[in-house]
Write a protein that binds this ligand. Structure first.
Ligand code: UD1
Ligand code: CA
Length: 484
């Protein structure tokens, strides 16, 4: 018995222009469920084993390299798109000479399932065939290469639509452009493919007739679901693929324990992770590298991008971007966590609250029309309604620190850089331009700012404002009002 065969090498053809997309972007870079369609194909190809797939690009699709990078993939450059056989010939330079087997895929089939590819490889090995190819019976075979079989049912050749006569065009069985080959055979014969008399292109499917003519075995895998192998050529097909892949992703999450009240309205990109017992209301959009912990409810219309949300949270009608939310947190309705927001366990971020590059400590509350930017807020702090960190002086951003258990009164302006100590308080409507020590109370507006406002003077630079009288500070009252 032979040793187990080594993993095949995947060649992905992506040098064609994709003109029917009517786009400046190469076709294979158009996203499906948040990832370029080529990345879906690469993901399937990588399930074959450890070898990096080879992607064939051309000068017209060279943007593919810039976007996908060189991690886990290598490239072959087809100087001119002379046809699929020419593309494969170009790729053979990147195939190690001792390799047994290659598979060839198109870059525009984002719905391909790994299982189909593995079946094809297994079929070729079982038959010890020169070529195994996937075939489909599309509802409308127009545009596909047609499968020609002999009386015994053996595949003898493939005829492209443009080269086919009337009788051949009536054949309903079509080439799906997914192949497994003996690598050494391809190496010896790929240079012999002749251009089509009809179009001048070098057709990869012509290898089938060559293998058959020399007595090699060609086997066909019939794939029942034509959608899986339908190439995306225009934006209508792109939208259909998006809908189908979205449906598959949503279904997989439901089977893994996620509740969805209206799955058809939910969009989940392929990199998202959801724990069991997450509940998604209608119209939720989850994107990028988002992770959500168990028993968390994501309310209607929320969008969460590249963020981590803990367990037992409740997010209502909010937007969360590149942020971290701890366990037992309430967000929204209508809150916006912008990049760099970190919300500690048990905190609350309420109506029309916005947080950017800031930490809101565990158990702290920020409700009602409030903005925190570049701020570090301690534990069990109350941020009163309308509180704003004035973090930007027109040129630079400045930090704000608020200590544990501080109580920030309604409509406080925290003029950064500024520190409010532990257990400190600010009165409603205060403009805080100086640090407030631990346990102290700041109230009012600095006198110089009041004067300027009264006489209509321009505010001048910030240091001028700071040089004047500090806000009145006094020890916080022992019998503080209970927190809101
Ligand atoms: C191809 C097959 C056809 C099959 C159909 C299935 C050929 C000649 N025909 O036709 O039998 O039924 O797929 O969808 O192969 N590409 C290159 N370099 C080139 C030309 C194409 O890399 O010079 C790439 C394209 O980017 C694409 C793939 O090869 O990813 C297929 O090319 P395309 O022009 O779409 O072939 P079809 O006409 O669809
Ligand atoms: Ca195609």
């Amino acid at each position: 018995m032979n040793d187990a065969p080594s993993a095949p090498l995947a060649v992905i053809l992506a040098a064609g222009l994709g003109t029917r997309m009517r786009s400046r972007r190469p076709k294979v870079l158009h996203p499906v469920c948040g990832r370029p369609m080529l990345e879906h194909v690469l993901g399937v190809a990588r399930t074959l084993g450890p070898r990096d797939p080879v992607v064939v690009v051309s000068p017209a699709t060279d943007a593919v390299r810039d976007e996908l990078g060189a991690d886990g993939v290598s490239y072959a450059l087809q100087a001119e798109p002379l046809g699929t056989a020419d593309a494969l010939r170009t790729a053979m330079d990147a195939v190690p000479p001792d390799l047994d087997e290659i598979v060839v895929l198109s870059g525009d089939v984002p719905l391909l399932r790994p299982g189909t590819l593995h079946e094809l490889v297994a079929l070729r090995r079982a038959a010890d065939a020169t070529i195994a190819l996937a075939v489909i019976r599309p509802a409308d075979p127009h545009g596909y290469g047609r499968i020609v079989r002999d009386r015994e049912g053996h595949v003898t050749r493939i005829v492209e639509e443009k080269d086919a006569d009337e009788a051949t065009r009536r054949i309903g069985e079509a080439n799906a452009a997914l192949y497994a080959f003996s690598a050494s055979w391809v190496r010896s014969r790929i240079g012999d493919v002749a251009p089509s008399p009809a179009t001048g292109e070098y057709y990869l499917p012509d290898l089938v007739a060559m293998a058959h003519a020399e007595g090699g075995t060609v086997v066909a895998l019939e794939v029942a679901d034509e959608r899986e192998l339908a190439g995306i050529n225009d934006r209508v097909q792109l939208a259909e693929a998006e809908a189908e892949l979205r449906r598959r992703i949503v279904e997989a999450h439901m089977r893994a324990g996620v509740t969805m009240l209206d799955p058809a309205s939910v969009t989940i990109e392929s990199g998202v992770e959801l724990a069991p017992d997450v509940v998604l209301e209608p119209g939720v959009i989850l994107q990028g590298r988002t992770r959500i912990g168990s028993d968390t409810l994501i309310g209607a219309g929320s969008r969460i991008v590249d963020s981590v949300v803990g367990e037992r949270c409740r997010v209502w009608s909010s937007v969360i971007e590149s942020s971290e939310v701890g366990d037992d947190v309430h967000v929204g309705p209508w809150a916006h966590l912008r990049p760099g927001a970190r919300v500690g366990a048990g905190a609350e971020v309420g109506n029309f609250a916005e947080i950017k590059s800031s930490t809101l400590g565990p158990g702290s509350k920020q409700h009602h029309f409030s903005y925190l930017g570049d701020a570090t807020i301690g534990e069990h702090v109350n941020i009163g309604a309308g509180t704003i960190t004035c973090n930007y002086d027109g040129q630079r951003k400045h930090p704000t620190h608020v200590g544990d258990r501080a109580f920030i009164g309604s409509d406080t302006m925290l003029v950064a850089p500024v520190r409010v100590g532990n257990d400190a308080r600010t009165g409603a409507g205060s403009v805080v331009t100086h640090d407030v020590p631990d346990g102290m109370l700041a109230v009012g507006v600095p006198a110089r700012l009041r004067h300027r406002a009264a006489v209509g003077e321009p505010p001048g630079d910030r240091s001028g404002g700071r040089a004047t009288q500090p806000p009145q500070t006094e020890p916080a009252a022992e019998d503080r009002a209970p927190r809101a």
